[in-house]
Design a protein around this ligand. Structure first.
Ligand SMILES: NC(=O)c1ccc[n+]([C@@H]2O[C@H](COP(=O)([O-])OP(=O)(O)OC[C@H]3O[C@@H](n4cnc5c(N)ncnc54)[C@H](OP(=O)(O)O)[C@@H]3O)[C@@H](O)[C@H]2O)c1
Length: 234
């Protein structure tokens, strides 16, 4: 295939969808991963104008068998991966004593283990010049009360990203962390509390930041980028 191949996890909504649209506009053949087939169907309708340049694949990033299946079908079709964007994520908030162990397990499984599994199985198809962007959060570097499980998972994403970068540097694979602050997406709908969306950035702003990261010249890498609302914290 002539086009460069990009994968975006959690591409049905919010930041992931905005990144996928930017990649399609930039001419990438884009593999959009969605957790459910139902969300895949509505996503397909929205990007029909890019017909022929994308593939939608149902994938729960926390299930290794599903990750293996995705990567082997990409291996058969395109034989390589140029850009991997690990974006899929979930959030739960609440005091630590009230956090269910299952919620802790799920947040770590999707946000942290999912990123590890995608990288582990994609690396064999990534050649010199390819790039990995992991979506962390401002919660990758700062703790917030009632956000302990989420912060733990996003600190894990940043720690993993920093180690991965050093591990694959000699193979010519670039690794970046993009750490958004509050962004207007559905993720806030399930959270208790009042969240002032006028003080949030748009998913499109985050997506354009990701594109600027992957468009750096070969000799340059943006290791880490914080993109936050100019109005300050919520
Ligand atoms: N919004 C913010 O303020 C903000 C700030 C900093 C960082 N982030 C991070 O940015 C990323 C995207 O967040 P968002 O705000 O765009 O969230 P969102 O609107 O809730 O979208 C989350 C996406 O992740 C997918 N997903 C959830 N669990 C999954 C799983 N097990 N396997 C595969 N896909 C899964 C969802 O798929 P379905 O549609 O199938 O459920 C959806 O496409 C997350 O990693 C989040 O932590 C968000």
């Amino acid at each position: 295939m002539d086009k460069k191949i990009a994968i975006v996890t959690g591409a049905t909504r919010g930041i992931g969808k905005a990144i996928a649209v930017e990649l399609l506009k930039a001419g990438f053949f884009t593999v959009l991963c969605s957790k459910t087939l139902k969300s895949a169907a509505s996503l397909e309708n929205e990007i029909l104008s890019f017909s022929g340049s994308f593939m939608i694949f149902p994938l729960d990033v926390s299930v290794e068998q599903e990750v293996r299946k995705l990567i082997s079908s990409i291996a058969q079709k395109t034989k390589r991966i140029d850009v991997l964007i690990n974006n899929a994520g979930v959030v739960f908030t609440g005091p630590i004593e009230e956090t269910e162990t299952e919620q802790w397990d799920e947040i770590m499984a999707v946000n942290a283990k999912g990123t590890f599994l995608m990288v582990k199985h994609s690396l064999p198809l990534m050649l010199r010049g390819s790039q990995i962007v992991n979506i962390g959060s401002n919660a990758s570097k700062k703790g917030f009360p009632s956000w302990a499980a989420y912060c733990a998972s996003k600190f894990a994403v940043l720690g993993f990203t920093n180690s991965l970068r050093e591990e694959v540097r000699d193979r010519g694979i670039k690794v970046s962390a993009v750490l958004p602050g509050p962004t207007i997406t559905d993720i806030w709908n399930s959270l208790d509390g009042k969240w002032d969306r006028t003080k949030m950035i748009s998913p499109e702003v985050v997506a354009k930041t990701v594109l600027s990261v992957i468009k750096q010249p070969p000799e340059a890498n943006i290791d880490e980028i914080d993109i936050v609302p100019s109005t300050g914290s919520l």
